[in-house]
Ligand binder design. Structure first.
Ligand code: HEM
Length: 477
């Protein structure tokens, strides 16, 4: 009775039957959350099995809890299977000292890449140029048929790989990327609420295929990218590769520079090759699909809302003198409609159907409810972005909502909020602005044969999957 309200829970299984029923009835887990929110308010409790989980679906309460009292909520409830594979390392599925140190280091390193000569923007623009040059070679009868899912996947993967280990994917190593993608996509199939909660021994003994898929997906990136890092470390030690302290060329360089400094002072458990492999893998896994899914959803929205695409394009053309130069992040201030469009794409795509859960470190009061330490709660982003009280006609794709009410932009939190918010937010924002914008500037785009759907293809999993089955037609401008 001390907990925020929610549906009546049954012993052991809690509210799982109601959640399954409402997800089935409303065609997805996010509309089911919205159903519970309407019944019980912005802060409600669902018992997922024998444990109460508190979802917060409005901005003010999330800010109060995760920002003002953020120190009490920095621990993620670690899904046992993922904790098992990551062994206390990395960013996504770790807590404690190693996570704190790695988060601080990662945020600083990515921030440094975005200031001064802005390596981040440079790499994204170079990637767009190279990818478009490749695409243009496929032109037949004045148009290029593009599988946008695959095209965007590769472009985003290449940028992340180049920021992390300085290697982009070109025609020589493209297959490495598709192999990686195949393995990591297996994780999507097993990334359900069940996998987030089930004990390791149950998955290992009763669902061995699921266990094996998760393992190979988790190991794929750390093996691939870890090999590059290991080789570079060997080269650093043998003097074949010289680190430039003033100007690290990528994330791995920055890590080695810090590791050498720490080693001189006796070493630090966060700065080892093993730790680096897990961090690289987490950055890759957390950064790739989220960005590629948002881009694919965005193009699906453009196809279904050509008037929005036209208005955005007109604005971009005006700012870049009819596309005579590339769009840069410095143009943001001059592109209010396009900014609102990207915001609406992110709201609609809201890439996590169920956000990661946190545990509280100390007793707290939320909306008058006194909670013990150890309670499980989250900023339920999917629910928040579909909250009808904040975003009227939330189902509709309508960029104008952000121009009509500027305050709405603050209530949009696709990157989460507080101590566990996204560390790749700046990189993701650069990718979205520059990729959407520069592709619109270079091509007229329309659907090939039929319209892609804008609905989530698997609404019952924890992460969103957009329709990537329909090809698009690109015509050079
Ligand atoms: C459109 C793209 C992206 C979206 C929507 C997104 C969203 C999120 C969200 C919602 C979280 C969890 C917040 C929470 O637990 O409350 C998160 C965490 C994280 N994201 Fe992103 N992300 C994106 C891109 C990226 C990129 C490009 C990277 C890295 C290169 C990245 C790396 C991470 C990592 C490592 C975490 C875990 C942070 C921690 O636990 O300390 N993300 N992201």
């Amino acid at each position: 009775r001390k907990l925020p309200p929610g549906p009546m829970a049954l012993p052991i299984i809690g509210n799982i039957p109601q959640l399954v029923y409402q997800s089935w009835k409303h065609k997805g887990i996010v509309p089911a959350f919205e159903f519970f929110r309407k019944q019980y308010g912005n802060v409600f409790t669902l018992w997922l099995g024998p444990f109460p989980h508190i979802s917060i679906s409005d901005y003010e309460t999330n800010h109060e809890v995760f920002v003002k009292n953020g120190n009490n909520y920095k621990n993620r409830l670690l899904p046992p299977l993922f904790e098992h594979f990551n062994a206390g390392f990395g960013l996504l599925f770790a807590n404690g000292e190693i996570w704190t140190e790695m988060r601080r280091f990662t945020m600083l390193t990515l921030r440094n890449m975005g200031v001064g000569r802005d390596i981040m923007e440079q790499r994204v623009l170079e990637e767009i140029d190279a990818r478009c040059a490749e695409l243009n070679k496929e032109e037949v009868d004045g148009k290029i048929i593009v599988n946008h899912g695959e095209f965007l996947d590769l472009m985003v993967g290449s940028v992340i790989n180049s920021i992390l280990v300085g290697i982009r994917f070109d025609k020589h190593n493209k297959n490495d990327f598709f192999h990686l993608k195949h393995l990591t996509h297996q994780l999507n199939d097993v990334f359900t609420i069940f996998d987030m909660m089930a004990p390791v021994w149950i998955v290992k003994n009763f669902f061995p295929k699921r266990y094996a898929k998760t393992k190979s997906g988790m190991n794929a990136v750390s093996d691939y990218i870890g090999r590059v890092a290991e080789q570079r470390w060997e080269d650093v030690k043998s003097g074949k590769y010289v680190l430039n302290e003033e100007n690290p060329k990528d994330f791995v360089d920055a890590f080695f520079i810090k590791m050498e400094k720490e080693n001189k002072n006796g070493g630090h458990p966060a700065y080892t090759i093993k730790s680096l492999q897990y961090v690289l893998s987490d950055l890759w896994l957390a950064g790739h699909d989220t960005t590629a899914v948002t881009l694919a959803s965005g193009f699906n929205q453009f196809m279904n809302h050509p008037e929005v695409m036209r208005k955005a394009k007109e604005e971009l053309m005006r700012v870049t003198n009819n596309g005579s130069r590339s769009l840069s992040q410095n143009d943001r201030i001059e592109t209010p409609y396009f900014n609102a469009t990207v915001a609406e794409i992110q709201r609609h795509a809201s890439v996590l159907n169920v956000n990661f859960w946190k545990t509280s470190d100390a007793p707290t009061t939320i909306n008058g409810y006194q909670l013990d330490s150890g309670e499980i709660l989250t900023a339920q982003l999917g629910g928040l972005h579909a909250n009808e009280n904040i975003f009227k006609d939330a189902d509709k794709f309508n960029p104008d909502r952000f121009l009509e009410n500027e305050k709405l932009l603050h209530q949009l939190i696709p990157f989460g909020i507080g101590k566990r918010s996204c560390v790749g937010e700046n990189l993701a924002r650069s990718n979205l602005y520059l990729m959407f914008g520069n592709l619109l500037l270079r091509y007229d785009i329309k659907p090939h044969t039929k319209l892609p759907s804008t609905a989530d293809q698997l609404p019952y999993t924890s992460a969103k999957i957009p329709d990537r089955s329909v090809n698009l037609e690109f015509v050079r401008i």
